[in-house]
Ligand binder design. Sequence first.
Ligand code: OKP
Ligand code: ZN
Length: 317
Amino acid sequence: MTIVYTDAHLAHQPPHEIYEGELVAYAEKAARAEVIIKAIREQGEHRIIAPKEFPIEHIYAVHQRSYVDFLQKRSEKLEKGRVLYPSYFISDTYAPVTPGTYVASCQAVNVALTAAEQLLTSQQPVYALCRPPGHHAEHHSMGGYCYFNNAAVAAMYLSAQGKVAILDIDLHHGNGTQHTFYDRDDVLYVSLHADPSVMYPHISGFTDEQGRGAGLGYTINYPMPLGTGDKQYLAKLHQALQDIQHFKPDFLVVSVGFDTFIKDPIGGFKLTIPVYKQLASHIADLQLPTLLVQEGGYNVEHLGMMATTFLSGLQPR
Ligand code: OKP
Ligand code: ZN
């Protein structure tokens, strides 16, 4: 399989986030992507390529220009070692800005777009190992460790070529992605996530959010209780995959999170490692051109194993 990766994310390493007014250690560590790429290299079965540069217009197709400019200027103006918690263009206290944040975020988008472009020619699944993640980034705000919405930018790009289904299997609801396509009937957003009444992002991901106007019926949310295990998760995934099949997309974009793992430090579900292969093979059974975009997953000790287990389920059987 083709994997797109760059170590440009190392420029973005906030030391902390703010939880209820207190500085706490930043969960979205650079080591997350490093252990995943290391495990993939050790597996030895994959072709790892670097991202190419895409025009900034692809980011403007999802994000407001003034927000993009703000992130660029404020990142570049920061002195080495400084961290900014902006007072605007931000939806919570989980997206600090460092000097390297803008560059790293642009490169994460380039990773997703490079993978999307590969998909147009190869038809084989392509994995975009993005960091920072993206699905909480909104039209004009960063939040929840996300700055630019990698999956949404890639889906926007692919939607010029056909209908796109987005399946979001991160633990958290992808509010930014949902809102990007909320009015559209040619991009389906389906998300499996922890009940937002007890889990971040708290304000979206409820079942009554179903799209608007022409987009009504093209957003589907499956919130699940804390403590959800393999069996219940697979049952909901089955429903979500039926929704996708019914939509008859030309492309599938999967926002992949490994924070559903039983030992995730900020999670609340109880998925075990072997189930990630099953998730992937059910996804592969759709037989769609599939772009996998990395979102969350915070157990650095087990992330490499989760990622390689997941990828092994995508191989043709
Ligand atoms: C990003 B992604 C810890 C709260 C952490 C931020 C969660 C962002 C998740 N006390 N809140 O969807 O994995
Ligand atoms: Zn998450």
